[in-house]
Design a protein around this ligand. Structure first.
Ligand code: SF4
Length: 552
């Protein structure tokens, strides 16, 4: 699968509907908002408080981590307490590594999530040898048979939930650590379950890298054709918190939604779970009214990150080709150190002037000798349509970013899509953006990897496996490392899924037991069982030893 399709207009893709208790996910139904509690079912007071907060926030589907039998056994009591409180929301069990737990969970939960990367396969980096691909598929089939029987018996839905960070060793060996590998892993499990008569299936393809998320979900329908589209659960893992966490979710979820993909979403934040519902609700509210999907597409190579427009050299700055995206600020917007302009632009009578080169702002791209600038309320579809008709531009293309554009979540989503798809060579930042707008823009640039301005944090949202205060620790690590431009730090709640899911982090801080932390350099564990009190200083020392430290 070397090509990937992008629709030329908005519109909802129709998937096969899935019954989850009283809810229906997919088809023509409104997109379902869901979240996950961090408390264990074995702590009913905390779990109920979190469920109540989610219920009040409008969460329609609530997920619980079920790592052991004891959490499963505690669910009946939790349900009873929910009923006493008048809460009637379907529950989802999140199961890894133990197929029997998923089978047993069908009795208590309306939906059960399994991860094909660890359901019957060995996780990546396991040794001693690579699995035979066909043998692994057969083993998965055997493991899915009793699950399918239980799902049928209780009328439950299943989620095939792939995470890039926990792709199995045999999928990695066959397809690489790639969006194609993620889709292949999901489709293998889906095909086997469908053969076993299970059709109430939802699929997720998550990664902490929003660009990978976008590509994987787009590939799914293409790789499944001609079979009917599956209901999709969309989300970005380990997005972190605050504006950065929201920007990552905006990039990973927003453009998929405007392209009509997604039947249920989970915004993943290292914050109280009800904040996820609040931001998810805002994303859904920003979407245009539902309409039929576009039937026209722009097809481009899967591996292509920038369109490859013609190159123009402007003094020390190069625009176009594969050169880094240039940030061009109008004079008056050069105070924020995170958005120091590469070159400045002056507004003249006829338009913007960049060091003697004239750029004009038009409602649609119009050829100019050196570059074109687009100012349009729907830049994503405009640019895709442009390239679909004309191919790469004979000159660099830029996008005007005004505070009016940044005030609209729908336009923010489109800007995120433009950056994620590499459709422009430079941004012209209009004077007058306030600090919040500038910061959001910087985070969008960082999340799309168009420009790296700051430290990148991959923080898991935490769950009942987390044995330390992840929010507090994340804040502590951020306070001391936020000046390390380009360094990626994973902060993960547990050793079971953390190392795999922090993906391409340079350094990892991973909970390994009660009050114990392991440190990672890339995917290699370099310190084990550190006391929490000494773990943050040890992380800083590791960054220094590796030559990645600079003084603030
Ligand atoms: S990495 Fe975080 S969210 Fe994922 S299972 Fe571990 S503690 Fe839970």
């Amino acid at each position: 699968m070397e090509q990937i399709r992008y629709p030329l207009g908005p519109g909802r893709r129709l998937s096969r509907p899935v019954k989850v208790g009283s809810l229906t996910i997919g088809g023509n139904n409104p997109i379902v908002l869901q979240s996950m509690i961090t408390a264990s079912a074995t702590d009913p007071k905390r779990a109920l408080a979190q469920i109540s907060a989610l219920d009040r926030a409008g969460c329609q589907l609530i997920r619980l981590s079920i790592p052991h039998q004891k959490e499963l056994e505690a669910t009946g009591n939790l349900r009873r307490l929910m009923t006493e409180e008048g809460i009637d929301r379907p529950l989802v069990a999140d199961v890894h590594f133990v197929p029997q737990l998923a089978i047993d969970a069908c009795e208590f939960f309306e939906k059960v999530r399994i991860n094909p990367g660890n359901f019957s396969d060995r996780p990546k980096n396991s040794r001693p040898s690579l699995d035979n691909f066909a043998v692994g598929r057969e083993r998965l089939k055997e493991a899915l048979i009793p699950l399918a029987l239980a799902a049928k018996k209780y009328g439950r839905a299943l989620r095939v939930g792939v995470n890039q960070g926990s792709l199995s060793e045999r999928m990695m060996a066959q397809f690489g650590d790639s969006p194609i590998g993620m889709v292949a892993s999901a489709l293998e499990a889906v095909d086997l379950l469908e053969d076993l008569g299970i059709l109430d299936l939802v699929v997720s393809l998550k990664s902490s890298n929003p660009l990978t998320v976008q590509k994987a979900y787009r590939l799914l329908d293409q790789m499944r054709e001609p079979k009917e589209p599956l209901a999709l659960h969309i989300g970005v893992t380990e997005a972190g918190e605050g504006l950065m966490g929201r920007a990552k979710s905006l990039v990973g979820i927003g453009p998929l939604l405007v392209d009509g993909l997604g039947d249920t979403i989970r915004v993943s934040l290292t914050e109280p779970s009800e904040h996820e519902i609040e931001y998810g609700g805002q994303l859904l509210a920003a979407l245009p009214p539902q309409c039929p999907p576009s039937t026209s597409y722009w097809t481009r190579p899967l591996a292509q990150n920038r369109v490859g427009n013609a190159v123009v050299n402007l003094g020390e700055v190069t625009l176009g080709g594969t050169s880094p995206l240039a940030i061009i600020a109008e004079i008056g917007l050069n105070k924020n150190p995170q958005l120091v302009p590469d070159i400045t632009v002056q507004q003249g009578a006829e338009g913007f002037e960049i060091e003697g080169h004239l750029l004009k702002v038009y409602p649609s791209p119009i050829p100019l000798p050196e570059a074109w600038v687009l100012d349009h309320p729907s830049p994503l579809f405009t640019l895709r349509a442009f390239y679909a008709q004309l191919g790469p531009s004979p000159c660099p293309i830029g996008l005007l970013v005004s505070n009016c554009a940044l005030n609209s979540l729908f336009t923010q989503i489109q800007i995120a899509g433009v950056l994620a798809e590499g459709l422009v060579d430079f941004l012209v930042i209009q004077a007058g953006l306030n600090i919040k707008e500038q910061t959001l823009l910087a985070y969008l640039l960082q999340a799309t990897r168009a420009r790296i301005f700051m430290t990148d944090y991959i923080a898991c949202p935490s769950c009942s496996r987390t044995l330390f205060d992840l929010e507090e620790t994340t804040a502590k690590i951020k306070a001391q490392t936020r000046h390390l431009k380009g360094v990626k730090i994973g902060i993960m709640g547990c050793i079971v899924n953390g190392p795999g899911e922090m993906a391409d982090a340079d350094f990892g801080y991973v909970g390994s037991g009660l009050g114990k932390i392991d440190l990672y350099l890339g995917q290699n564990r370099v310190s084990r069982g550190l006391d929490e009190a000494e773990a943050v200083p040890a992380l800083l020392a590791l960054i220094k030893t590796e030559g990645r430290w600079v003084e603030p």
